[in-house]
Every structure is written in C-alpha cells, then in structure tokens.
Design a binder for this molecule. Structure first.
Ligand code: PHE
Length: 349
C-alpha cells in the first residue's frame, strides 16, 4: 500500500472506531491515537523523509487534508457527546420546582399590639413619644406623688441601678417627661416601652411592655377617660366589647380606676357552651371580665411637680401590652413572648 493510500485509510478506520465509541474518555483516547504527537498520522508523516524529493509536496498536502478531516470527525463526535450529556442533566433538573425563598423577618406580636394601639391614638391626635428605661427616682416616683419612704413604692418591686437611679417600673414617668417638655397644656401623648420589676413567675417577667396615655387640657373629665378607653377597647377587640371601671388607687391619679373589658373568650358570660352543656371560661375564670389597664384623673400634685397650674385637668392610663397580646392572639403562656421560638413567631408574619 502506498503511503498516500495508508493516509486515506486512516479516515475510514477512525470513522469506524468513532462509531463504536460509547464514552467521552474513549473519544479522547481515539483522538490521541490518531492525531496525537505519537499517533498514527504523526507516524505516517514521519515517513515523509523516505520519499523522493519530487513526491514530497503532494504527500505533504494530502497529509494536511487528512489531518483536517480526522480533526473534523473527532470534534463532531465530541460535540455530539457533550450535547447528549447536557440533555441528560436537563432531565434531572426540574426548572418548574419553586425556588428557595429568602428568609424574611416579621414584627413580634408585642410590637404588633403596640403599633396598633399607638395607631388608634395617633388617629385621635396623640403624639407617640419615648423615653429612657434607666430613670431617675424623681421621674419614676417623686414627681408622680410617691414621697420618699411612701409605702406605695412597695407596690412595685423596683430594680435599682444606683442611689436615686432605677429601671423604670412603669411608663408613667413619661407623663412627667411629656409635661416638662411641652411646658403647658394641651398635652396628648402615647408612650409605649419596656418596664422592669423584680418579679418572675408564670404570669410575670422581669421585663414587660406598657403603653402610657396622657391627655391634659381644659375641662377633661372622667367621662372623657371612659369614652376614650371604650373607643380603644372596641377598636382592639370589636364593637361588642363592654368596659367596666373599678375604683382603685394610684398615687398619681385621683380618682383612680382599674379598667376591665368583657371577656373576649366567653363574651362576658363566664361560661362557654360545649357538648356536655356549659363549661367554665378559663380566660376570665367565670368572672366575665378581664383587667387590662390602670387609669385615673391626673392628681394635682403631679401638675405641681412639673410646674403646671394645679387647676389643670387631665387623665392618664397605663396598659400592659403582653396581656392585651395574649387576649388578642389567644396565647396561653406569657413566656412564649420571650422564648424566641421561630415556629411561634412566624405565625404572626
Ligand atoms: N403606672 C400604673 C401601673 O403600672 C398604671 C397607671 C398609669 C395608672 C396611669 C394610672 C394612670 O400599674
């Protein structure tokens, strides 16, 4: 067989081998065997020097043609294999599957209730204000008509930071701060925030949240307080809710009242209808009422302490936020608010 024939026969031989190849690795092997530096084509080209000088150009040209052919065949097969592999990987990848959503935070139930209550009062024209959690004895007690050594200070288990400095035991110091800042009536503020007491059991945590409300103007009466709190309770819990005032005592209000709403679980009946007749309401413990806040008419001594005319009139109230959130969302255990359990918190998203 002439060298030219030998060159030409490489094409057919490679074609046959390529047709039999079943893997990318086999293809790569064939490529090296035919086209590599020590491959079949290279071996034939090595024989160029044995030819007559006159036959060399024709052989060289043929060898180049064959090289291009072989390369084209191998590349075509390689492309086939790559395309096939892509198709297979598309079959195992389902582009219709939903993607992973980015994790998103959401407002805490305590924040939700604070925002809702502040919103109710903002629409009534109140300003939302905030102040320090580390408070002076003056703002937390003295200006609120708790004289030094007054037994009423024992009502609240105070956490002291140092002499005369406390963690505020209620948001009522914000009454003092708001009046000092405004200098004269009218004052209409709502002040949400954290408060602290030396108290920790099933129904008390050392830190919890309150919302303070204060309205000072001419001719503010107990009727205004009652109307405002009824409006708030119905905005929060629905129009059928009833409100009840019980006489109480706070040094900074006179008269003072604790405010109850009709039980949102049993509708104030104290009992819930069940399969076996009627069942005691566990939320209000059959009383039909739920305490939600303390309130009263601002004591003249408080006006005196902040330099307001003691003839001023005003009402104030302080509401426990966790308590309202428990009622609103039907949460049975106060500690859930502070456990940071995502499964619990995500329900409010
Ligand atoms: N500060 C009182 C408390 O924490 C609540 C209150 C606020 C009562 C305003 C009257 C007026 O119990």
């Amino acid at each position: 067989m002439s060298l030219i024939n030998e060159l030409e026969s490489l094409v057919g031989e490679l074609e046959q081998n390529l047709a039999r190849a079943v893997s990318l690795a086999e293809l790569e092997e064939l490529k090296t065997a035919f086209l590599g530096r020590k491959g079949r084509l290279a071996a034939l080209m090595g024989k160029l020097k044995d030819l007559d000088a006159g036959a060399r150009p024709a052989f060289g040209q043929k060898a180049n043609e064959i090289k291009q052919l072989l390369t084209a065949f191998v590349e075509a097969r390689l492309q086939d294999f790559k395309r096939k592999r892509e198709k297979e990987s598309l079959l195992t990848f389902d582009p219709t599957l939903p993607g992973r959503l980015p994790w998103q935070g959401s407002a805490h139930p305590v924040t939700l209730v604070m925002d809702e209550i502040c919103g109710i009062f903002e629409r009534l024209g109140y300003d939302t204000v905030s102040g320090p959690e580390v408070e002076t004895d003056f703002h937390n007690f003295e200006a609120l008509n708790f004289p030094p050594d007054h037994p009423a200070r024992d009502m609240q288990d105070t956490l002291y930071v140092s002499d005369g400095i406390v963690l505020r035991t209620h948001t009522s110091p914000m009454q003092v701060r708001a009046m000092l800042a405004r200098k004269k009536p009218p004052v209409a503020v709502i002040a949400p925030g954290k408060v602290y007491r030396r108290d920790s059991d099933l129904t008390h945590t050392p830190m919890f949240h309150q919302i303070e409300g204060l309205l000072v103007d001419k001719n503010i009466s107990l009727a205004d307080l009652r109307g405002t709190l009824t409006y708030m309770a119905r905005s929060l819990f629905g129009q059928s809710v009833r409100v009840r005032f019980r006489p109480s005592f706070f040094p900074f209000t006179e008269p003072s009242a604790e405010v109850d709403i009709s039980c949102i679980m049993c509708g104030g009946k104290g009992y819930i209808r069940s399969k076996s007749g009627r069942e005691a309401c566990r939320v209000c413990k059959t009383t039909g009422w739920l305490e939600i806040l303390g309130s009263g008419m601002v004591d003249p001594n408080v006006f005196k302490a902040v330099g307001f005319d003691p003839e001023c009139t005003g009402f104030a109230f302080g509401l426990g936020v966790e308590r309202v959130a428990m009622l609103k969302y039907g949460i049975g255990d106060l500690r859930m608010f502070f456990d940071n359990d995502l499964k619990f918190l995500q329900q409010f998203a």
